[in-house]
Design a protein around this ligand. Structure first.
Ligand SMILES: [Zn+2]
Length: 511
């Protein structure tokens, strides 16, 4: 067949890969590593970290792996992401209670609160109805961040989106509408019925979230208050109709405690985490820009935020819980901008690597997952080492035109020129904001419905295996740390002989 001949001729595998010894010894090495996992890590997890790639489906993980390799001059397919090095992988079923294809709010409730919920709602059970304030009461569900705080751990949230966006908000808020970011976004009726906006809940529900870093500054300030970074720009001004300044209120709250509010990268990098008890970093009025377009003067990278967060949180002898969101993978895909989405994923992976250097698998359970996938894919019988943003090696045998390997099932990249599919060789399909072609035109590309991966390492990571409901994740993490619903088994820890600090043992006996 013509196609297979092409693939054989164009094989770009290196010389070593032609030798069976290479593959045999690599596989034997992998086998030895797998055998070593027969001795399970049943330690008590002092620390818990959840890395959430918003919209990071499995096709995104694979494409980001190839991109990461190609960015350092390799063909890419053989590269290992940091998350690829985690010993355990499971699949999560992502559907919401009322949706086959999920959104980020209902899923966040699942992997943070342990309960599946309706789309568009955060921190409430499926008995609550989206947008109906009075269905909030009595249907609140709490998150693992709160369980950790209640157990005496330090807790933190780091994201590249607004800190009151869907993913982080399920960690602290109970809200029937993910869009109620401040009171300005809420209907009068909901305010009259006593519902609170998400920004307010960030500071009021859990008394002290030790580290909060991300965007979303404008939701914290009174309406028409000018933004510190973009003075006079109307769209960046404060939004709050209640006139409250939540940042000043936050600063005033802690009298005996070293707190820092920062809004730019320079100030973030200047602080000494050893001297900080609590930190609030709000680096943008809304979401961060994409990492490829980040202003390196004003905005920290996700990796820099994660490093600072861990250094602040780990000072607590009782450990910490940290939620890290790579939030703009999702936005890149919605816009059909695969290059933005994949660079966001590579940056999330870099943050995962940095966290690995700052923690130990002996006392830290780290989980990497996604809330849902996207209708993003790549294919087209590309040869080994084909640029991930490049073309498939043949023309369509229907319309006789080239096509990019990366394509979307739907989205804004649908392009018909003079009644026929656009010829991509006439456009710069390698630029940062190129929108890959899609089969169906939509202003925003949609989420995908297939399962997502759960990568895990550290104490009890082996409990994340097989195909599981997404709401199983915080149950495992809480079990591993002896917090939340699963404290009792820790009383018999002496039978298991876990290694943990004496301070933690004392805390366990008290709980
Ligand atoms: Zn989305």
């Amino acid at each position: 067949h013509v196609l297979s001949v092409f693939i054989l001729v164009s094989c770009r595998c290196s010389e070593k890969e032609k030798n069976p010894l290479y593959w045999n010894s690599a596989a034997q090495h992998t086998l030895q590593n797998a055998l070593s996992l027969q001795e399970l890590n049943k330690n008590i997890a002092k620390n818990l970290i959840l890395f959430l790639g918003d919209g990071m489906g499995i096709s995104t993980v694979t494409a980001a792996r190839i991109l990461k390799g190609q960015l350092s001059g390799h063909s890419g397919e053989e590269t290992q992401l940091e998350m690829d090095k985690f010993p355990y992988v499971a699949l999560a079923k992502t559907y919401n209670t009322n949706a086959q294809v999920a959104d980020s709010a209902g899923t966040a409730t699942a992997y943070l609160c342990g309960v599946k919920a309706n789309e568009g709602t955060v921190g409430v059970s499926a008995a609550a109805i989206r947008g109906q304030c009075n269905t909030t009461y009595g249907n609140e569900v709490t998150s693992i961040l709160k369980w950790a705080k209640d157990a005496g751990k330090s807790v933190g949230i780091v994201t590249t989106t607004r800190v009151n966006h869907a993913t982080p908000s399920a960690a602290y808020a109970h809200c029937v509408n993910r869009e109620w970011l401040s009171d300005a976004e809420m209907p009068l009726e909901a305010l009259q019925e006593g519902c609170k906006d998400i920004a307010l809940q960030l500071f009021e529900n859990i008394p002290n979230i030790d580290v909060i870093m991300g965007g979303g500054r404008k939701y914290m300030f009174p309406s028409n208050m000018s933004d510190v970074e973009y003075p006079g720009e109307h769209k960046h001004m404060g939004t709050r109709r209640d006139g409250r300044n939540l940042v000043e209120e936050w600063k005033d709250r802690f009298k005996n405690h070293v707190t820092y509010y920062v809004w730019n990268r320079k100030d973030l990098l200047a602080i000494n985490p050893n001297n900080v008890d609590s930190m609030l970093g709000l680096f943008e009025p809304g979401d961060f820009p994409y990492d490829l377009e980040r202003n390196v003067e004003t905005d920290p990278s996700l990796t820099e935020m994660v490093e600072t967060a861990i250094k602040i949180l780990r000072k607590n002898p009782q450990g910490f819980y940290l939620l890290v969101e790579g939030g703009r993978i999702d936005h890149g895909h919605h816009e059909g901008k695969a290059k933005q989405a994949l660079h966001e994923t590579v940056e999330l992976d870099r943050a995962i690597g940095r966290a690995g250097l700052l923690t130990s698998i002996h006392d830290t359970l780290t989980v990497v997952t996604a809330d849902h996938s996207h209708v993003f894919n790549f294919g087209g019988y590309t040869p080994r080492g084909n640029p991930i943003f490049g073309l498939a090696p043949m023309l369509s045998d229907v319309d006789q035109k080239p096509f990019t390997s990366i394509l979307y099932g739907n989205g804004p990249g649908y392009k018909i020129v003079n009644g026929v599919r656009e010829n991509v060789s006439a456009v710069d399909y390698k630029q940062n904001n190129y929108q890959a072609q899609s089969a169906v035109p939509l202003r925003l590309e949609t989420h995908g419905g297939e399962d997502v991966a759960i990568f895990s390492k550290g104490p009890m990571a082996h409990l994340l295996h097989g195909v599981k409901e997404q709401n199983y994740i915080p149950h495992v993490m809480a079990y591993a740390a002896c917090i939340g619903q699963n404290r009792l088994h820790c009383r018999s820890f002496s039978n298991r002989g876990p290694q943990f600090p004496a301070s933690l043992a004392k805390a366990m006996l008290l709980c």
